[in-house]
Design a protein around this ligand. Structure first.
Ligand code: GLU
Length: 309
């Protein structure tokens, strides 16, 4: 095993002069007001050892990274029938694009673009009130991270709702094609709340560890999903986890990952480690600029890649 603490320290050090690069999301005040110079990284290997640097224990808005957890929950509830409602192909268009949805008659391309995650929220909602579904998601993430302090930031959820015109458009559009089974307000209530989960890099890396360890969380011993399902979620993260920057991320980093507009990225090195990075400045695809760079450096220094030794 490479000296992971030395590597994360070196990445943190090397990125110091570049902190603040990129453009932080500003569609809601809670994201616009985050210090753009924040940077955190946490790596947890499959033996449960943690290596971290920078602001790894400062909570941030995980936004779309939460889509990995809601997909895992939906697959647990609905199994393969999940794929009747949402596809598994990269979208090649922006995270909140509506154009493709029209062509494809309300069936979103994949679970990680907004429309797809809204369809997944509809699946998680089955048999629940919105409040219960939100509670189930929070409990699931706490169980994954083995940390009961993880919570939703209610102010972020409120702002997402107040400014979510495009998400309302996407959801109404799907509903018009009979592709949502619950009222739009309920589905988006669930969606906005899971996007508003606040977590630290350390908590996020812990939550993703089951994906690096064949479906079993080595910290708790719990089997979260089967080995095959862990592989499949990783495949979707690789092909669809970075919106229309997914190809570039695969090329540069070579690991499955899911980003969020809060500047967080969860990446998985199967059989090796789970990694979370956070830096609020985004590149022009809406993915963390320095976060992607940190992961590229980590992959380079460790030799981790799903494409070869
Ligand atoms: N809540 C955000 C939205 O739906 C999530 C976007 C993201 O992280 O990509 O606009």
């Amino acid at each position: 095993m490479p000296d992971l603490q030395a590597i994360v320290d070196e990445i943190h050090e090397k990125l110091q002069p570049r902190l603040g690069e990129g453009k932080a999301a500003d569609y809601i005040p809670q994201l616009a007001h985050v210090d753009p110079k924040k940077f955190g990284i946490a790596v947890i290997d499959v033996d449960g050892q943690t290596y971290k640097a920078g602001d790894a224990d400062v909570p941030f808005s995980i936004q779309s990274v939460s889509k990995v957890f809601t997909l895992t929950l939906a697959l647990g509830k609905h199994g393969e029938t999940t794929w009747n409602r949402v596809g598994r192909e990269p979208s090649g268009s922006a995270f909140n694009s509506i154009v493709q949805l029209e062509h494809e008659e309300g069936k979103p391309r994949n679970p990680f673009i907004n429309a797809g995650a809204i369809a997944v929220s509809d699946l998680v909602l089955a048999g629940h009130t919105p409040r219960e579904a939100i509670g189930e998601i929070v409990r699931f993430v706490r169980y994954l991270a083995d940390d009961d302090t993880i919570a939703i930031d209610p102010e972020v959820a409120k702002s997402e709702h107040a400014t979510g015109y495009r998400n309302f458009a996407l959801a109404n559009f799907m509903r018009s094609f009979n592709k949502l089974t619950h009222p739009v307000e309920h589905v988006l209530g669930v969606y906005f709340h899971h996007c508003a989960l606040a977590m630290t890099c350390t908590q996020l890396a812990r939550s993703g560890l089951f994906l690096a360890a064949s479906g079993r969380n080595p910290l708790t011993g719990h089997t979260v999903v089967s080995r095959q399902r862990a592989r499949r979620i990783n495949a979707l993260m690789l092909t669809c986890g970075h919106y229309d920057g997914s190809g570039d991320f695969a090329y540069r980093v070579g690991l499955p990952g899911k980003s969020g507009v809060g500047g967080g990225i969860l990446a998985v090195a199967p059989g090796k480690a789970s990694v979370a990075v956070w830096s609020p400045g985004l590149n022009n695809h809406g993915n963390s600029l320095l976060g992607s760079l940190a992961l590229e450096m980590l992959a380079h220094r460790t030799g981790w890649s799903v494409f070869g030794p």
